[in-house]
Design a protein around this ligand. Sequence first.
Ligand SMILES: Cc1cc2nc3c(=O)[nH]c(=O)nc-3n(C[C@H](O)[C@H](O)[C@H](O)COP(=O)(O)OP(=O)(O)OC[C@H]3O[C@@H](n4cnc5c(N)ncnc54)[C@H](O)[C@@H]3O)c2cc1C
Length: 370
Amino acid sequence: MAFDLTEAQRSAREGYRALAAEHIEPFASQWDRDQALPGELFLSLGSRRLMAPTIPAAFGGIGMDMMNYGLFSEEVGRCCQSVRNLLGVQGMVAHSLLRFGNPEQKSRWLPRIANGETVAAFALTEPSIGSDASNVTTAATRTDSGYLLNGAKKWISFGMKADVFLVIARAPGGVSAFVVERGTPGFSTAPIPDLLGLRASMLGELTFADCEIPAANRIGKEGIGFAWIANTALDFGRYSTACGCVGLAQACLDASQSYSLERKQFGVAIREHQLVRRLLTNMKANTQAARLLCYHAGTLRDQGSPEAIQATMLAKYFASTHVAQAATDAVQIHGAQGIGSNYPVQRYLRDSKVMEIIEGTTQIQQVFID
Ligand SMILES: Cc1cc2nc3c(=O)[nH]c(=O)nc-3n(C[C@H](O)[C@H](O)[C@H](O)COP(=O)(O)OP(=O)(O)OC[C@H]3O[C@@H](n4cnc5c(N)ncnc54)[C@H](O)[C@@H]3O)c2cc1C
């Protein structure tokens, strides 16, 4: 088990940190207020081959390993959870296509996802089906040349921006996965605005009303859509989320350390008060613990270990519950300033709560971790 970084990994992390500090951090609060990411960001990340960097070069990625991807997700998550979510979703869809798509499907969609020209979304959740995701009700009935989709998907990240959607629906042979392209007749999207957190993630509700898609858009066989394809995507998304939570927790710690030095009460910097010190110490210890769980999961993922799935769940569970506490404590340390707009901890708190809901809620992780 590698619990520390190599020189090459440290240096790569510095590069990701510099990139996020220049291109993401200064704009994150504005994007949160705008409830959208700007169009140029997608292309700028794509031009650096960072939209789906773990995809092999043959399909437009750079074949980044999972340890590096974790470091990248941490540094992006430290600055903006919506951008981290964007990259997580691109990876979820890209890996599903890479693993289960046929050669024609891979060459059709992967290079454009990798270079940011095509934005992808992953559509599993429905208005009445959340955690119980294997019971999706969106129907895919066979036609002479393909499938007719009917139903709805809700809470879909980048649903208002995406060009292609990996849709999990119930076909005659069982739950299956399909690619639906924006503009397909019978397919429409509606925004879900004013969220608590991840406000720049451009969430949408999708409606399929006799939406006909060709058989060539089915990914893999009928019946493997949940057990294999959605679970592959969710496992990838959980790793991205876990590492992003470490970044967000580090941002909470950095902000709290800095403010607790700057703010004086009772004649001393508030960090001199032992009860504030306790909050800082717990935040630091648990952030490092979450980071090490992510390194462990990343190492196992790179080794192709079957234990990687459980290690990833554990990392996501610990990191997301920790960051929700860390952000609460960061706001507490900032006092009234914590709920104002001069400091970013208010955004951190709102984003942190979402981490306990996406890619399997805290309770679902508690049920499924062995
Ligand atoms: C910002 C955001 C982005 C999202 N992006 C996407 C996306 O891109 N694609 C997508 O498909 N979905 C997306 N989702 C949806 C997300 O995956 C679901 O919200 C999540 O799976 C939980 O489902 P639910 O919200 O319906 O909650 P429910 O499943 O209704 O759960 C409600 C509560 O009951 C608890 N609960 C449920 N079942 C159990 C159980 N068996 N044991 C114990 N407790 C239980 C849950 O933990 C939770 O506390 C997104 C959600 C958010 C908030």
